[in-house]
Design a binder for this molecule. Structure first.
Ligand code: TXD
Length: 313
C-alpha cells in the first residue's frame, strides 16, 4: 500500500522535501501551503520530471487541509525563515501563531500521522505543536540534530581530508547557539577525534557548526538553508515509514531522560514504525553535561517567552 506524506509548507524546504521524497519513491506527496498556487506549481513541476527520473508517485498541491487526511507522515516547514542578522528566536511570535493553525489542521484531519517539525525556533515550535495538537508525544518530533551533526561532520571531513562517511558523531541540546557537538563521542574510522585534531581547530569547527545556519543566510540573503534541512527531514521520515529503527539525533520529548522533564530537546532517539521508540541515553563527560544543561536552560528560557505570548502553552 503506497504511503502518504503531507508537507505543510511548500517553500524552499517544502519544495525540496517534495522532490527528494518523489525521487526516492518514499510516498505519494501532498504539498500544502496557504499560498496554494506555490503548492500547485511545485507539485506540477516535480510531477513533470517523472518520466526523466522514472519515479512513480502522485503529487498534489493544495491549501485544503482535507487533502492531508490519513497521512502516514506530516513534515512541517510552514513559517517564516530568518533574514540576515536575525536569530532563530526572533521568529518565535510569528511562527507560534502559524503552528497553532497548522496543529488544528493536523488534529482534525490526520491525528495518527508521525509529525516531523522543521519550523524554527525548532525546540519551542515542536513542543507547541505537540501541545496544540494533542498528538502523542512519541509521534511528534523535531528535525535539527541530524542537520547540525551533518554540518559538524562536513566541516571535520574538510579539515581532516577524510570522507564524511568515516565520521561518526552526535550533536545534542537545543537547535541554537548553545547546541552541543560531542567531540568525545566523535570517531574517525573508529579513532577518537581528539587524537586527530588540535583543540584550537576543533573549537573553530564547533563554533562554525553552531553558526552553520547564519553562514548560509549571509550568502543567500533572502532565506535560509534548505537542501541539508530537507535531506535531514527525509531521513527521519524514511526511518519511520520503513521501520528502520535508526538512532538519530532529534528534538524529542524528555520525561526524565538526561535529567530533563517535560521539555523537547535534541537527543539521540530510535525512530521506527511506532515513531520515537526510545530515547538513547549516552554517557556524558562532566563538561558535556554542563554544556547540555546550559543548552536545556536556553530552551527553557525561550519556552517561558512562548508562554508569555500564549498562556495556553
Ligand atoms: O534545522 C532546522 N530545523 C532549520 C529550520 C533549518 C533551516 C530552516 N529552518 C526553518 O524552517 C526556517 O527558519 C523556517 O521557519 C522554516 C521554513 O523554512 P523555508 O526556507 O522553507 O521557508 P519559506 O521558503 O519561507 O517557506 C515557508 C512556507 C511558505 O511557502 C509560506 O507560504 C508557508 O510556509 N506558510 C504557511 N503554510 C501553511 N500554513 C500557514 N499558516 C503558513 N504560513 C506560511
Amino acid at each position: 500500500m503506497k504511503k502518504k506524506i503531507s508537507l505543510i509548507g511548500a517553500g524552499q524546504i517544502g519544495g525540496t522535501l517534495a522532490h527528494l521524497i518523489s525521487v526516492k519513491e518514499l510516498a505519494d506527496v501532498v504539498l500544502f501551503d496557504v499560498s496554494e498556487d506555490v503548492a500547485k506549481g511545485k507539485a506540477l513541476d516535480i510531477a513533470q520530471s517523472t518520466s526523466v527520473d522514472g519515479f512513480d508517485v502522485n503529487l498534489i498541491g493544495t491549501s485544503n487541509y482535507e487533502d492531508i487526511k490519513n497521512s502516514d507522515v506530516i513534515i512541517i516547514t510552514a513559517g517564516v525563515p530568518r533574514k540576515p542578522g536575525m536569530s532563530r528566536d526572533d521568529l518565535l511570535g510569528t511562527n507560534l501563531k502559524i503552528i497553532k493553525q497548522v496543529s488544528e489542521g493536523i488534529k482534525k484531519n490526520s491525528p495518527n500521522a508521525f509529525v516531523i517539525c522543521i519550523t524554527n525556533p525548532l525546540d519551542i515550535i515542536v513542543m507547541a505543536l505537540q501541545k496544540y495538537s494533542g498528538l502523542p508525544k512519541n509521534k511528534v518530533v523535531g528535525m535539527a540534530g541530524i542537520l547540525d551533526s551533518s554540518r559538524f561532520k562536513y566541516f571535520l571531513s574538510q579539515e581532516l581530508k577524510v570522507p564524511v562517511k568515516d565520521i561518526n558523531t552526535l550533536v545534542l541540546g537545543g537547535h541554537g547557539d548553545t547546541m552541543v557537538p560531542l567531540p568525545d563521542h566523535t570517531t574517525v574510522n573508529g579513532k577518537p577525534l581528539k587524537q586527530l585534531i588540535k583543540d584550537v581547530k576543533l573549537e573553530k569547527i564547533i563554533d562554525r557548526t553552531r553558526k552553520g545556519g547564519a553562514e548560509i543566510i549571509k550568502f543567500l540573503e533572502k532565506g535560509s538553508a534548505y537542501y541539508a534541512p530537507a535531506a535531514s527531514g527525509v531521513e527521519m521520515a524514511e526511518s519511520y515509514i520503513k521501520d528502520m529503527k535508526k538512532t538519530l539525533p532529534c528534538a524529542s520529548y524528555l520525561n526524565g531522560e538526561y535529567g530533563v522533564k517535560n521539555l523537547y530537546a535534541g537527543v539521540p532517539v530510535i525512530i521506527g514504525k511506532n515513531g520515537v521508540e526510545k530515547v538513547v541515553e549516552v554517557k556524558l563527560s562532566d563538561k558535556e553535561k554542563e554544556q547540555f544543561n546550559l543548552s536545556i536552560k536556553a530552551v527553557q528560557e525561550l519556552y517561558k517567552t512562548a508562554q508569555k505570548i500564549d498562556p495556553e502553552l
